[in-house]
Every structure is written in structure tokens, then in C-alpha cells.
Design a protein around this ligand. Structure first.
Ligand code: ACO
Length: 435
């Protein structure tokens, strides 16, 4: 790219006089270029305004690329469809963390590294007793994952690359154990210790579903479905929770604290909580015949009703993950012998009607990853309160990869947005008797 092409000139008119500033244009390998506005305040004395950051790049990243108009999602350049079909979650985890697919030896070593860290400190078990049995498992996740920083003091020096490497292993390995125990605690069953002879997804299903009194038998189709769900949720560039992890990490906070912050951010129904909200919504609609009434409420914005599992800040086309999810949904229901699932019928009809409704078409609202994931997870026996937890288990590798990339970026500074202040101008304090 020549120099002229890498510079954009933005002319602003202020106070009736023309003042101009040259903003360097940063090209990406794909996707739109980004205007570097760092010198705008120094040159013109103004900030930019972008609530929700819809038009602002907060970092440079080599991890994940999304083309929301075309419905493309790439991890380190590889299309999500190929990874979901041909790869495994731990291989994808290696890819996200290290930038390349592992060779055979690297893959064995990486898997072994994760397996070595699946147990949590025994004392951490007692934390669970402090929670109410009916606590939302995401509340337990925020608390227990954050508490890991109190146990791994040797993992707190973020400037040491070896510490960053081990922290990544610890988080990816322990989060399924912490999540499964949150579930076991809520139903009053004994905690199942991780089994390192099982694969990552199988071990998670084992810790969720096994009991000490019975032999647990792995179902390979369900293991594969779980592995695929983990791959689909592993990273999604600078979404709310990832940005939260980066912002927390920009202060130098330790990785466990940063991931706990990410979990808190993921919890909301506009983000990771949407899969839980989809099932709740389907339950409320109840029957295909009620769909028109429900959609009328959504379109009338009555009580802020939204079609959960539809719409995305970036995708203005079908979310590629939703397509794979829909196919996985059919596989799982087939394996479990569920021929007619009323929830699936309802969801498919809802999708069909919404996709031919001008309200949704004109706003480019398509199903997102969460529209079908809840149906699969419910069929697999997960309670709805665990859906977002599962998302957190999968996303941990994305968060830690993005955190690591940020720490290793020499241009990284503490995250500190600006504001346009619209409050009172300076005024003098009035004693209470004078107010
Ligand atoms: N149902 C009905 N209307 C919607 C929906 C929806 N699901 N999503 C957006 N809209 C409408 C808005 O009301 C707005 O309409 P208007 O222009 O007439 O006011 C327009 O579409 C644009 O919506 P915004 O809120 O500006 O879009 P934004 O990019 O801020 O929101 C979001 C994206 C939060 C995902 C939104 O689509 C939503 O709430 N969806 C439902 C929740 C959901 O499924 N979240 C999961 C996202 S994927 C993930 O995190 C894994």
C-alpha cells in the first residue's frame, strides 16, 4: 500500500473556520481499514463519540475475523465451518492461543498440559458451601473463578511469559471442573473429580452427569456435539465480555481476575445469557398458534420484548454458527431418539415466520448462535441455568488468548475511554440549611 493510500484526510469545520487533520489509516489483512484518531485531541482538542463502540476499533488483533454482512467467521484465518467439522476443541484452543494449528507432537503436549491442570485446589471445594443451593451457577462461576487468584500466587506475574502460559492451561483446564461442580452443588449431588483419561468434552459431560454409584458410559455423538458447541463459542473477536477481559487486563490485573470479569459481562441476556432467554421465550410462547401475537408484541416494542436469539451487533446476515448449531441440533435429537420436539418445532416455525417478516428483514435480524444452542443443551440434559455457564467454559480460551495478545502488544496502554460531560458546570457548595 502506498503512502497516500495509508493516509486519510478528515476535514472538520469548527467555529466557522476550516481546520484539518491527517489521520493515518491502518489497513487490516481483510476487512475495513481503521483511522487512527489518537492525535485528534492533541491536534484539534476534540474527542470522538461512539457509545457501544459500534464504529471504534479498540485494539489490533490477529485472532478472530468476522464479516458480519457475509456471515463469515474465521479463527486465525480458518473458517468456523471447517474447524467445527474437522477439528477438536483442544486443537482450536491451541490455534487461538498460539496462532497456528499444532503438529502431532505439539498437539499431544498441549493436551497433556491441559489434563495436568484439571483438578482444583481441594480447599476451593469449600467455597461452594458458602453459596445458597439455589444460587445461579453464573454467580458461583464469578466467585470461584475469581478466587483462583487466591490459590495460584505463582500465576500472578503477568510479565513472565511462562506464567502466562501456565495461567492459560490452568484456566482452560479448571473452568469445566468449576462449572460442573456449580451444577452438582445446585442439585445436591457429590462432586465428580475430573477424569484425565477422557477427552476435554467427554470429561466435562462426565463431571456433569456421572454419579459415584453408577458406571458412566460415554456417548460419542453427544461428546462430539459438546465439542462442536465448545468450538463454536470459543472466540468472537471484540465482543462485550472479551472487551471486558481486555479492559480489566489493561490495568495489569491477574488473569483469573480478568476472566472472572469476563464471566460477569457474559452473564447478561443481551450477550451470553441469550441462550437461556431463548428457552424461556419459547416456553412463554408455548404454541405455534401464539407466534403472531408474540411477534406483534416484539414489533410493537411492548415492554421491550425482543425475539431472543435473533439479531447481532456484527452479523447482518445469518450467523454462521447458527447454521452449524441447527445441524447439530438435528443430530443430537436424532441420537436421543427425540422425533418430535415441540420446542424445536416452535423454534423452526418462529424462525420461518420472522425471516419472512419485513420488521426483521429490513433490520437484518437473523438467528444468532443462541437460537438453537438452548434446544440442544436442553435435550442433552443441561438445565437452562447452565447454558451461559457452558458458554463461559468455551469462551475461556478466547478470553485468555485475547488477554495474552494484549499483554504482548507493545502499544498496549491502560484502557481509559473519554466522555462528553453534560452535567452541571462548576458551582459552589451550599450548606444544608441554605438548600
Ligand atoms: N428482536 C426484535 N427487535 C430487535 C432485536 C430482536 N432480537 N434485535 C434488534 N432489534 C431491533 C431494535 O429494536 C432496533 O430497532 P429500531 O431501529 O426500530 O429501534 C434495531 O433492531 C437495531 O437494534 P439495536 O438494539 O440497535 O442493535 P444492537 O446491535 O445494539 O443489538 C443485540 C444487538 C443486543 C444482540 C440485539 O439484537 C438483541 O438484543 N438480540 C436479542 C438478544 C440476543 O439474542 N443476544 C445474543 C447475541 S449473540 C451472543 O452474544 C452470543
Amino acid at each position: 500500500m502506498n503512502d497516500a493510500a495509508t493516509r486519510a484526510k478528515v476535514t472538520l469545520t469548527m467555529d466557522g473556520s476550516n481546520r484539518s487533520v491527517d489521520l493515518p489509516l491502518m489497513p487490516g489483512t481483510i476487512g475495513p481499514a481503521v483511522a487512527d484518531i489518537r492525535k485528534l485531541y492533541a491536534d484539534l482538542g476534540i474527542f470522538t463519540y461512539d457509545p457501544g463502540y459500534g464504529g471504534t476499533a479498540a485494539c489490533e488483533s490477529k485472532i478472530t475475523y468476522i464479516d458480519g454482512d457475509k456471515g463469515i467467521l474465521l479463527y486465525r484465518g480458518y473458517p468456523i465451518e471447517q474447524l467445527a467439522e474437522k477439528s477438536s476443541f483442544l486443537e482450536v484452543a491451541y490455534l487461538l492461543l498460539n496462532g497456528e494449528l499444532p503438529n502431532a507432537a505439539q498437539r499431544v503436549e498441549f493436551d497433556r498440559g491441559v489434563v495436568r491442570h484439571t483438578m482444583v485446589h481441594e480447599q476451593l471445594r469449600r467455597f461452594y458451601d458458602g453459596f445458597r443451593r439455589d444460587a445461579h451457577p453464573m454467580a458461583v462461576m464469578c466467585g470461584v473463578v475469581g478466587a483462583l487468584s487466591a490459590f495460584y500466587h505463582d500465576s500472578l506475574d503477568i510479565n513472565d511469559p511462562e506464567v502466562r502460559r501456565i495461567s492459560a492451561f490452568r484456566l482452560v483446564a479448571k473452568v469445566p471442573t468449576i462449572a460442573a461442580w456449580a451444577y452438582k452443588y445446585s442439585i445436591g449431588e457429590p462432586f465428580m473429580y475430573p477424569r484425565n483419561d477422557l477427552g476435554y468434552a467427554a470429561n466435562f459431560l462426565y463431571m456433569m452427569n456421572a454419579v459415584p454409584t453408577e458406571r458412566w458410559v460415554e456417548n460419542e455423538i453427544l461428546t462430539r456435539a459438546m465439542d462442536r458447541i465448545l468450538i463454536l463459542h470459543a472466540d468472537h473477536e471484540q465482543n462485550a465480555s472479551t472487551s471486558t477481559v481486555r479492559l480489566a487486563g489493561s490495568t495489569g490485573a491477574n488473569p483469573f481476575a480478568c476472566i472472572a470479569a469476563g464471566i460477569a459481562s457474559l452473564w447478561g441476556p443481551a450477550h451470553g445469557g441469550a441462550n437461556e432467554a431463548v428457552l424461556k421465550m419459547l416456553g412463554e410462547i408455548g404454541h405455534v398458534k401464539n407466534i403472531p401475537d408474540f411477534l406483534a408484541r416484539v414489533k410493537g416494542k411492548d415492554g421491550h420484548a425482543r425475539l431472543m436469539g435473533f439479531g447481532h451487533r456484527v452479523y447482518k446476515n445469518y450467523d454462521p454458527r447458527a447454521k452449524i448449531m441447527q445441524q447439530t441440533c438435528h443430530e443430537v435429537l436424532g441420537e436421543l431418539g427425540i422425533k418430535d420436539d415441540p420446542l424445536l418445532d416452535l423454534a423452526q416455525e418462529l424462525e420461518r415466520i420472522a425471516l419472512s417478516d419485513d420488521y426483521f428483514v429490513s433490520r437484518k435480524l437473523y438467528p444468532n448462535v443462541d437460537f438453537y444452542s438452548g434446544i440442544i443443551l436442553k435435550a442433552m440434559g443441561f438445565p437452562t441455568s447452565m447454558f451461559t455457564v457452558l458458554f463461559a467454559v468455551a469462551r475461556t480460551i478466547g478470553w485468555i488468548s485475547q488477554w495474552k495478545e494484549m499483554i504482548e502488544d507493545p502499544s498496549q496502554r491502560i484502557g481509559r475511554p473519554r466522555q462528553v460531560y453534560t452535567g452541571p458546570v462548576q458551582r459552589d457548595y451550599i450548606p444544608v440549611e441554605g438548600r
